[in-house]
Design a protein around this ligand. Structure first.
Ligand code: AMP
Length: 498
């Protein structure tokens, strides 16, 4: 399905929005004639059919065309660019130990260290049966081990822009043989203020190359970036947000602000859930909730912007390894995290921006798996819920939270259409099972004087548009900058998909 795109290039659009990812996964990897080494790795990963972005992007990249892709983390985007790039690089594959025989041929740029690590891990898995080498460099860590890896020679270099420039300046790597560039999560890179760094990096690369740009939305800034650095790109759009919505069970419970922790315990217990992401709106709220849940016996870690990257990586690792059950996060800290098989996402706080709701629930129900997204809605959150309703174009039913022994003690009903009797939920496990669950009353969290101080946001608000701010600001080095601000951009994706 290819139609002319306005301006230049070719436009491939995603399938109907009501289909699930699984419905859309039709083509098998075996149709691609991948090199046996790559096919073996893919089979080992357990992938059978391609996701929509893979189905559309892989053949285009194999043909050597530039791509402008609207796809987010969770769509299978990494394999969509990594597999065809590795396939194309197979002709250079060699077992030599000489670094000169392993020049950087593919450069993948990402906005955060977490994303860089995740993408590098995937690339390594796909390339494991080849002699193609990969490395990842990101800021805030000792440069020495990264330098050693670079000097040994790597074909695929995954990097955050600031740290890559540090290595270029230190002459730890040379980019004059780069044939492929991937600007991944490009909108976030611009939001963070990486534009000057990107421009510098791109100026070091050969003009003759293939450039792939992936972004959640095609804002005017992204289109300008594409017009400057991509040649006659094929545009590919995948409506992940809609696809995700159909694989994620979304529940909205009306709960008094003071009963949210209790509600969280109850849903976890009745659903038999072990691991979940719990989203809150502020760093302070994040730290406070994590401490309370920990005291209540849940293995919890907090992930917010004030944590050092070491702490954040450790929290992520602990979650991945199962040492930690609940990861309490803010939106900024959780951007782009790819953790498979998270059975549930809780919106402990309803997000201020409806777009963040879509990002948050994207952590569950990935690549066709089913997931649960539970939002706890206090009476003051009604306007925020209305915003979400508008964005996802779906009517939201608020359900009362029926606590076990004191049913409806804390429920709040916000109007007739929101009230749903428990009888109507006969098929819903958390309501059906409520008699079987004996609640443990949660003791009130002990007061911590630190948290009685008024909250002052650390990031200074910046009223400049991201593009201007990016052009003027000194580049943020090595990861999440204080310049990150929430942006209202996802709506465009829904419009495109509708
Ligand atoms: P990504 O969007 O690249 O971050 O991928 C999201 C998750 O989906 C990753 O954990 C991948 O391992 C997984 N994945 C990617 N492609 C497929 C596929 N074709 N089938 C099943 N899972 C996949």
């Amino acid at each position: 399905m290819a139609t002319a795109c306005q301006g230049h290039g070719t436009h491939l659009s995603a399938q109907g929005q009501s289909e699930t990812i699984q419905d859309q996964m039709t083509s098998s990897f075996s149709n691609l004639s991948l090199a046996p080494e790559l096919a073996r790795a893919v089979a080992e990963m357990g992938y059978e059919t391609m996701t929509p972005i893979q189905e559309q992007a892989i053949p285009v990249v194999l043909q050597g065309k530039d791509v402008m892709g609207a796809a987010q983390t969770g769509t299978g985007k990494t394999a969509a660019f990594a597999l065809p790039l590795l396939q194309r690089m197979m002709r250079h594959e060699n077992a030599s130990t000489s670094p000169a025989r392993h020049p950087v041929r593919a450069l993948v740029l990402l906005p955060t260290r977490e994303l860089a690590v995740q993408v590098a891990e995937q690339v390594e898995l796909y390339a494991k049966y080849t002699h193609l080498r990969s490395a990842v460099v990101f800021g805030g860590m000792d440069m020495k081990p990264q330098t050693l890896a670079l000097k040994a020679g790597v074909e695929v270099l995954v990097a955050t822009p600031g740290r890559l420039l540090d290595h270029i300046e230190a002459k730890n790597t040379v980019l004059n043989q780069v044939e492929y560039v991937v600007l991944d999560e490009a909108d976030r890179m611009l939001d963070i203020g990486f534009l000057p760094d990107l421009q510098r990096i791109l100026s070091y690369l050969p003009k003759q190359r293939i450039t792939l740009l992936f972004s959640a939305t095609f804002s005017p800034e992204i289109k300008r970036l594409s017009a400057s650095y991509l040649q006659d790109p094929v545009t590919i759009e995948v409506a992940r947000s809609n696809a995700t919505a159909s694989t994620v069970e979304q529940r909205f419970y009306s709960v008094g602000a003071d009963d949210k922790r209790r509600a969280l315990h109850q849903v976890l217990k009745t659903r038999g859930m072990k691991q979940a992401f719990v989203f809150v709106n502020s760093k302070l709220g994040c730290a406070r909730l994590a401490r309370s849940l920990e005291k209540e016996g849940l293995k919890t870690a907090a992930l917010h912007g004030d944590k050092s990257q070491d702490e954040r990586l450790k929290a992520l690792e602990a979650f991945k390894s199962g040492e930690v059950d609940l990861l309490v996060c803010t939106d900024v800290a959780a951007r782009g995290l790819d953790i498979k098989d998270v059975p549930a996402v809780f919106n402990f706080d309803v997000p201020f921006n409806a777009e963040d709701y879509v990002h948050r629930i994207g952590r569950t129900g990935r690549a066709g798996a089913s997931g649960l997204a539970v939002s706890f809605v206090a009476s003051s959150d009604q306007r925020l819920v209305a915003d979400i309703e508008k964005l996802i174009k779906t009517r939201i039913e608020l359900e009362p939270m029926a606590f076990d022994s004191e049913q409806a003690r804390t429920t709040e009903h916000f109007g007739e259409h929101n009230h749903t009797s428990t009888r109507e939920h006969a098929g819903r496990p958390e309501l059906r099972q409520r008699r079987e669950y004996t609640p443990r009353r949660q003791a009130a969290a002990p007061r911590d004087p630190f948290f009685d101080q008024p909250y002052e946001p650390a990031a200074a608000s910046d009223s400049q548009p991201a593009w201007e701010a990016a052009a003027k600001a000194s580049p943020a080095r090595g990861g999440i900058s204080a310049n990150i601000k929430p942006k209202k951009k996802i709506a465009a994706l829904f419009k495109t998909a509708a």
